[in-house]
Write a protein that binds this ligand. Structure first.
Ligand SMILES: NC(=O)c1ccc[n+]([C@@H]2O[C@H](COP(=O)([O-])OP(=O)(O)OC[C@H]3O[C@@H](n4cnc5c(N)ncnc54)[C@H](O)[C@@H]3O)[C@@H](O)[C@H]2O)c1
Length: 441
């Protein structure tokens, strides 16, 4: 929404959210999310044509176009628990729109939703519409956290799905014209509603599948002495495969990949396609395996006991340049190491201490003296038996590892869960080194 406000100064954009503290943060000097470049854009547009408010009713009533961007988490109860998307927030927005709208509106599904959700929204609106005209469009968001501003400025494509009726086509044109202010027309793809809804789930499934594929090979590389980065480079040079998204790691995280694949799995099951469901489910299973395998390698290298040993965990966000920790691999690894009675000292440049503690131990759980948060990487590593890199923050590449080694218990172990360090150099300093899919003779 900030990008639309920036590129279309004549359009008034109001972001409404019922979470008052989030809206207060959006109206303050410290935004609720860290995203490179976003601060400047919000500051430039806020108060001009970009507004943040908790008045959801007025926001809906006054808008011609409503982007529904609410959360669609994995269901935790009832039918489809653990797989299906929980659509209660989508449904409640549809009901509010039907209730408060006084004129015709275009409703844009921006949240990631299961195929056929537009049908649900349309049915609710039709049953309550007081004769108003509503068009429902699907416009999934493909930005990646950490590079969101650039992704929005230069998207590979913008996808708009709509109905093939005169009203639907008019709505598609209206939305396409907004993006066309800065996105070349040939990158604005229009499809039918169901193709658009499904494409978002499929895009995330394919991206996650590449990570799980290279991670599965990393295990084989460790067993054989092959180097996964060399393998990734060699196969990525094939233009049919391509070099991107082939970085082996401790596993993918983030709020979307797992949730969206599970959603796809559920849809396949619901439509009677168990083989297709099981194929995609293994992408998530491989990711769980990779996280567990990483934690177990740490324990095994610590002579099979992490009990009372200090382990520095560097990085907690699910990837660099974001403070988002949802489904971060670090959560899983910290929990496994705590279960082994290790003493964990976490450091992350952007994630607040309270959030780290509550993600690992659970909200409102009592403190665990084995889990602490350090203010610097050096502080976390001081007196540690092992250091584990969990997020690829740039600052970890240039740490003073000589000094870190001096302050550690020997043998000093280092586990590079993101393959960002020069392991040969670290080995020469005296570290025992472990990468993902890499072994040093
Ligand atoms: N985070 C990403 O990078 C990303 C990328 C692409 C797509 N998506 C999709 O976008 C959607 C939102 O993701 P997110 O990460 O922003 O989630 P989020 O949980 O951070 O934000 C959702 C917001 O919606 C608000 N909300 C819920 N119901 C509401 C209602 N009835 N009225 C007003 N506000 C309401 C919540 O208070 C919350 O602040 C999800 O479907 C997600 O899959 C996210």
């Amino acid at each position: 929404m900030a990008m639309i406000a920036l590129k279309a100064p004549d359009i008034r954009v109001t972001v409404v959210d019922m979470n008052a503290s989030r809206i207060a943060a959006w109206n303050s000097d410290s935004l609720p999310i860290y995203e490179p470049g976003l601060d400047g854009i919000v500051k430039q547009c806020r108060g001009r044509n970009l507004f943040f408010s908790t008045d959801v009713t007025a926001g809906i009533r006054d808008a011609d176009i409503i982007f529904v961007s609410v959360n669609t988490p994995t269901k935790t109860y009832g039918v489809g628990a653990g797989r299906a998307a929980d659509l209660r927030f989508i449904e409640s927005v549809a009901r509010t729109i039907a209730e408060v709208a006084e004129g015709s509106k275009i409703i844009v599904e921006k949240s990631t939703i299961p195929v056929k959700t537009a049908e649900t929204i349309k049915t609710i609106l039709a049953a309550n519409s007081k004769g108003l005209e509503f068009s429902v469009l699907s416009n999934p968001e493909f930005l990646a956290e950490g590079t969101a501003v650039n992704d929005l400025l230069n998207p590979d494509r913008v996808l708009i799905g709509g109905e093939h009726t005169p009203q639907g086509e008019r709505a598609v044109r209206t939305l396409a014209d907004i993006y066309a202010r800065w996105v070349p027309r040939e990158r604005i793809i229009t499809t039918n509603l169901w193709s658009s809804e499904l494409s978002k789930l499929v895009a995330n499934a394919f991206l996650a599948q590449r990570i799980s594929s290279i991670n599965s090979i990393s295990a084989l590389c460790e067993a054989t002495g092959a180097d996964v980065d060399e393998v990734a480079h060699a196969i990525g040079c094939d233009s049919r495969i391509g070099p991107k998204f082939l970085k082996a790691s401790v596993g993918f995280g983030g709020s979307c990949f797992q949730k969206d694949i599970l959603n796809l799995v559920y849809l396949c099951e619901k439509f009677g396609l168990p083989e297709v469901a099981s194929y995609w489910e293994h992408v998530v299973r491989m990711n769980d395996y990779q996280k567990t395998r990483f934690a177990q390698r740490i324990v095994s290298a610590l002579f099979n006991t992490a009990a009372d040993k200090r382990i520095a965990v560097l990085g907690f966000a699910f990837k660099k340049d974001t403070n988002d920790t949802r489904e971060s691999a670090a959560i899983h690894v910290c929990r496994e190491l705590l279960a082994e009675q290790g003493n964990i000292a976490v450091y992350d440049p952007k994630v607040p201490a309270g959030e780290i503690i509550s993600e690992v131990l659970g909200k409102n759980a009592p403190a665990n003296p084995r889990l602490s948060v350090a203010k610097t990487a050096a502080e976390a590593c001081q007196g540690a038996h092992a250091v584990a890199i969990l997020t690829e923050w740039d600052e970890f590449k240039t740490l003073d590892f000589k000094k870190i080694h001096d302050g550690m218990i020997k043998p000093a172990l280092i586990f590079d869960g993101r393959n960002i360090l020069d392991l040969a150099k670290l080995k020469a300093m005296g570290f025992r080194v472990h990468g993902i899919g890499r072994t040093l003779e």
